[in-house]
Design a protein. Structure first.
Lengths: 777, 128
């Protein structure tokens, strides 16, 4: 394969439109006669609804409809269970509007449609809801306890799943180990906070009976399929477009959010286009969240710090419902072992309903929790055995000649957890070199002598990416010579319009600028699952490569008849087909496209069909496993609890790199979100599960000022599982950051003997830990 | 949100007791209490306007006085809801004679929810 563009720092095809304000986000969709929706949400974390009286709201100026559960008919039933699991014994899902009980602050109770958003929100205030407040299952531990207030009346507990996986003989390993260390780790909640919140526009044409929807979703095709079924329409008559999407990060792949039902339903009922755009407060209370888990973990090592066994028993906060199943706790359990050889492993979790916002994957999706537990355990081993942190890790790495490496668990894709490829020690060494770990002890001593609290951290992870089931692509060359790629995998900022173009461009011998990639429009490509689990480049990328190869094959066959040479002697380059070694004998790709679509006469049998067009699918047997190492140097201000990150290194291996520029962008964004989840961002709730951080005044996103400059290096160990040799990179930036920052902070505060077992920290919390440590005798 | 405080009033305990049982007096000395309409003895329909940070709202609800032990003790129960959320609270009021004056002590626990809790909380108690 010609690899001129694959691997090059090609600037992004999507940027000219985005940077000049010509993007199309859901809120940019303005249709004639369009009206606006607003959602009335529960102010209670747990309450019975005695009565909803919408009479005053219905007669308010500008109001066209007020929907309550009673108005929804069959659409008011509990929403689909997305990913069942045998261990998930109670897969509760919410209704589009709460029927008789609310289970978290923010749960939708009524939907108002009015001539303006202003009128719709005012009308929400006129709806009288008579609530009977109920006792609240507010914290994870309290909710899991016997006798806790029950989130769902028909269950006698809040525990909806209990699942255990084991490798080897853990009890024996612990019994015979030289050392055992036990810890309790707490990881708290955060929100994904994409720049663009969620939003839906729906338009119903009563004459053609077609429904058009614009939805800021990561999964337009499943949304279309599900809506068609719920609304009794043909899939072909429902078109869902995820246009430009300003960040997804996982929570935008839920199916369904209530508004995804309510907006189309209202549009069909009113015969008017309806728009609803989530505001930031709604995002912070009603869009799915993540990360709350409590791990009771234990590690057994020999006298050299070699791991003999690891055990974690943890609680996973599901929130009030669990439509997305057990993906997050399963990913946490299976990411925990990371790059280390762990002969005996026991992971066991209970998923627990609480009266809080639902939990579903958010960038990392369990991986940061698993890595936090593993890395913190190794730090404990290093400290107790007085062995250098780096040495402890190096002693336990899976070696490059051990691949494929079977961890012995079942992964989130229901396939065995088998690392396909990688070189963990090489990544680690490169990271240590870039952070100048060799001289660290001396530099730290100098800084400490000057009264500065500086610390260094280094943390490793393995990232499961590129899981199935499949994705597809259709590639068409038009007579203009332009190449069009359509795929079901939408883009939320990952640069698909460029990376997929690069893959197709190399095969077809054109420039990526000549390739238009269209994603996320079910009208253009109707097969696929969505953008999640760092899988687009791996799964859809390979489908694009296969489709491009099929088109190239066809182009050679058509060119052969025009250039009077055998197809195998035709090459594609610079937008032309030419006879190898005779560049003068050439024909433009566009000309071939026209020739391949004749108006008259017989079409050669070997063309199979008209035009230069092909559809191909790629279905990987299992996920491809990326890996990486982050390292950083921090300084803590003991008086304010402030943190300065002085140096930050990411060394990372996601197989063959399609576009280093885009990859670095992914890592920059991921590290920013990771730092937020390590030190600033925390969704606080009071003891009645009232969300307290519902604006950016209280929910602290890191800004450019907090971001350190990043030093990034790539290693390339190609995956043997797909023709391009690629692996995913979407979550690489975020996964080890909390583990890393906490380790570095602990290192900085070593003179005070502070031991940190929680994330996220915050300046407040860090200051509190420092004050407590200084008070200790 | 916990409330607690004391105040010494230059009046005999009987006068203070009478005053804190008088709806007009309660309305005048409670910030934001716009209306207090007796619906039965010791039970009132209340309209409150409370603003915390940028969130100002009107709450409609009930105020009930219970556990009366004249002239030294009662319990106030307040419940209200409005467009910006809900509030629910209980308070204990105790009077103690101090010579000619009266010591008024109060403790209370107020729970707020909805928009007002999310936006106003850091004005009330800070976000942990």
């Amino acid at each position: 394969m010609n690899t001129r563009y694959f691997g090059a720092r090609v600037t992004r095809n999507e940027d000219p439109a985005l940077l000049t304000g010509r993007g199309l986000f859901v809120d940019d969709v303005r249709l004639p006669g369009m009206v606006h929706g607003a959602v009335l949400r529960s102010p209670h974390a747990h309450a019975r609804i005695r009565r909803v009286d919408a009479r005053r709201a219905r007669t308010a100026p500008g109001v066209l409809a007020v929907l309550t559960h009673a108005d929804l008919g069959a659409l008011g039933d509990p929403l689909p269970k997305l990913i069942p699991h045998p261990a998930l014994t109670h897969q509760k899902t919410q209704c589009a509007l709460a029927p008789d009980k609310v289970r978290y602050v923010g749960e939708p109770v009524a939907f108002v449609v009015a001539e303006s958003r202003y009128a719709a929100e005012d009308a929400c205030d006129l709806i009288e809801v008579d609530y009977e407040p109920l006792p609240v299952a507010a914290t994870l531990e309290a909710a899991a306890a016997d006798g806790a207030p029950r989130v769902h009346d028909d269950m006698d507990t809040n525990i909806c799943a209990h699942y255990t996986q084991r490798v080897g003989d853990v009890d024996a390993a612990f019994a015979n180990a030289a050392h055992r260390f036990r810890e309790r780790f707490v990881v708290d909640r955060g929100a994904s906070c994409p720049m663009e919140t969620r939003g839906v526009v729906a338009s119903w044409d009563a004459r053609t009976r077609r429904l058009d929807i614009w939805d800021s979703t990561q999964a337009p095709i499943p949304i279309r399929n599900g809506l068609a079924e719920l609304l009794g329409l043909a899939e072909q008559d429902v078109r869902v477009v995820a246009p430009d999407v300003g960040g997804g990060f996982g929570p935008k792949i839920m199916m369904f959010y209530p508004e995804e039902i309510l907006v189309p339903f209202a549009a069909m009922r009113l015969g008017r286009a309806v728009k609803w755009i989530e505001d930031r407060r709604e995002h912070l209370v009603a869009t799915n969240q993540e990360r709350e888990q409590i791990h009771d973990a234990e590690i057994a090592v020999d006298s050299d710090g070699r791991i003999l066994g690891v055990r974690t028993i943890f609680l996973h906060d599901a929130g009030a419902y669990i439509p997305y199943g057990l993906i997050v706790p399963i990913v946490a359990s299976t990411t925990l072992p990371g790059p280390y050889r762990i002969p005996n492993y026991h992971c066991e979790f209970r998923a627990v309903f609480t009266n809080k916002t639902m939990v579903s994957p958010y960038r990392g999706a369990g991986r940061p929790h698993g890595v936090f537990v593993m890395e913190r355990l190794l730090d404990r081993v290093a400290r107790e055995l007085q062995v250098d942190r780096a040495k402890v890790r190096r002693r336990n790495f899976i070696q490059p000649d051990e691949f494929p490496y079977d961890v012995g668990l079942i992964y989130q894709d229901n396939a065995p957890l088998r690392y396909d490829s990688g070189n963990y020690p090489a990544c680690f060494d490169r990271a240590l070199e870039l952070i100048e770990y060799a001289g660290w002890a001396a530099r730290q001593a100098t800084a400490r002598a000057a009264g500065r609290l500086v610390g260094c951290g280094v943390a490793c992870y393995v990232e499961g990416t590129g899981i199935g089931p499949y994705e597809g692509a259709r590639i068409t060359v038009e007579p203009s010579g332009r190449v069009f790629v359509a795929t079901g995998v939408g883009t939320q900022g990952q640069g698909h319009l460029t990376t997929f173009a690069q893959v197709a461009a190399d095969v077809l011998g054109v420039s990526p600028r000549d390739v238009t990639v269209r994603t996320g429009d079910t009208g253009l490509f109707g097969w696929g699952t969505g953008t999640f689990a760092s899988r687009a480049a791996t799964v859809a990328g390979n489908a694009v490569a296969l489709a491009a190869q099929a088109v190239a094959e066809k182009a050679r066959i058509v060119a052969a008849s025009i250039l009077e040479a055998p197809p195998e002697e035709i090459e594609l380059s610079n937008g032309n087909a030419f006879v190898r070694g005779v560049p003068g004998r050439s024909v433009a790709l566009g000309t071939l496209a026209r020739a391949a679509n004749p108006l008259r006469f017989a079409m050669p049998k070997e063309w199979e069909g008209p035009g230069l067009e092909a559809v191909r699918y790629f279905a990987p047997p299992q996920g491809a496993f990326s890996n990486g190492v982050h390292a950083c140097v921090v300084e803590v201000d003991a008086e304010t609890g402030g943190l300065t990150i002085e140096r930050y290194v990411v060394v990372h291996d996601c197989g063959r790199v399609i576009n280093p520029l885009i990859l670095e962008g992914q890592i920059h964004g991921g590290v920013a979100q990771g730092l937020g989840g390590a030190f600033w961002e925390k969704l606080a709730y009071d003891d009645q599960a009232q969300p307290l951080s519902t604006t950016f005044m209280d929910y602290l996103l890191p800004t450019a000022a907090e971001m350190p400059p990043l030093v990034i290096a790539h290693l390339e160990t190609p995956s043997p599982l797909n023709p391009l040799g690629v692996k995913g990179a979407g979550e690489a930036g975020v996964i080890p950051v909390a583990a890393l920052v906490v380790q570095a902070v602990e290192d900085a505060l070593a003179p005070l003997g502070i031991h940190i077992t929680e994330a996220p920290l915050s300046p407040n919390r860090l200051r509190q830990l420092i004050v407590e440590a200084r008070r200790r005798p | 949100m916990k409330l607690e405080g004391t105040n010494t009033l230059a009046a005999p305990i009987e006068t203070v007791w009478k005053t804190i049982n008088d709806p007009d007096a309660l309305r005048r000395c409670t910030p934001g209490l716009k209306e207090l309409k007796e619906i039965e003895p010791d039970r009132y329909e209340a309209t409150l306007t409370v603003g915390i940070a940028a969130v100002k709202g009107t709450y409609k609800g009930t105020l009930t006085i219970t556990d009366k032990r004249a002239p030294s003790h009662y319990k106030l129960v307040l419940e209200g809801s409005g467009g910006t959320g809900f509030m629910k609270g209980e308070g204990l009021v105790d009077l103690e004679p101090q010579g000619e004056a009266t010591l008024l002590k109060w403790t209370g626990d107020m729970q707020i929810g909805g928009l007002i809790a999310g936006v106003g909380q850091r004005m009330l108690g800070g976000v942990g």
